[in-house]
Design a binder for this molecule. Structure first.
Ligand SMILES: C[S@@+](CC[C@H](N)C(=O)[O-])C[C@H]1O[C@@H](n2cnc3c(N)ncnc32)[C@H](O)[C@@H]1O
Length: 199
């Protein structure tokens, strides 16, 4: 379940212009040097904004799907040639080899993190990958931005704890994307069985 879904959708529709189209941030750097991860893969991108990450990798994928809680983004020009899914919760709607999401995780509430990563786990084929970044670093867990939709910073430790049950870390990359805001990028692989079930 996504808490305050209507409020969130409304907020993103009204503020879609805060999502920029191009820059030199972590996703750009990481994607440029890891394009091979996308080759011939069935890819899902969550929270694609206006498509700047999709435009970098889509051409070499086997198939590309974008999913967002906001219809406004799904109507963007960049997504007219790919599958689109309007998210109303964290229920799986397909099978993918790789799921990526950039500048999205801090919009998922702390109490929704486990459901969110379980949704990713259940949407991936065997050995599937997730690739994502999130603002992290020296901050403690707390709300940022007075935006009324409770945008939160998550400590790296919290993400490690929540994801450990479902994924193992393949790669970790630390960068600074905004003045004084550290971002961590993770590439993780789906565990064969959930950690808690491995005995
Ligand atoms: C800051 S934008 C990032 C857009 C794009 N990835 C980029 O870097 O330009 C956040 C995106 O995530 C979507 N989003 C926000 N909360 C979400 C949630 N709980 N589940 C899925 N998508 C969400 C927004 O509608 C928006 O497209």
């Amino acid at each position: 379940m996504i808490h305050d879904l209507d409020k969130r959708k409304e907020w993103w529709s009204a503020n879609s212009d805060i999502v920029w189209l191009d820059d030199e941030s972590t996703p750009t750097q990481y994607l440029d040097s890891h394009i091979h991860l996308f080759k011939d893969k069935r890819v899902l991108e969550i929270g694609p904004g206006r498509g700047r990450q999709k435009d970098k990798v889509c051409d070499i994928t086997k198939s590309y799907t974008v999913a967002d809680i906001s219809e406004k983004f799904l109507k963007e020009e960049s997504f007219q040639d790919v599958s689109r899914h309007l998210m109303t919760g964290y229920e799986p709607f397909g099978d993918f080899d790789l799921i990526h999401f950039w500048f999205v995780l801090h919009h998922v509430l702390h109490r929704e993190l486990e459901d969110f990563f379980e949704f990713l786990y259940n949407s991936l084929m065997k050995d599937g990958l997730i690739l994502f970044n999130f603002p992290s670093g020296e901050f403690s867990d707390h709300q940022i931005a007075d935006d009324g939709i409770k945008t939160s910073l998550h400590k790296r430790e919290l993400i490690d704890t929540v994801t450990m049950n479902f994924f193992r870390i393949v790669d970790e990359f630390k960068g600074v994307d905004f003045p004084e805001v550290h971002h961590t990028t993770y590439l993780m692989q789906k565990r064969e069985a959930k950690w808690e079930d491995q005995g």
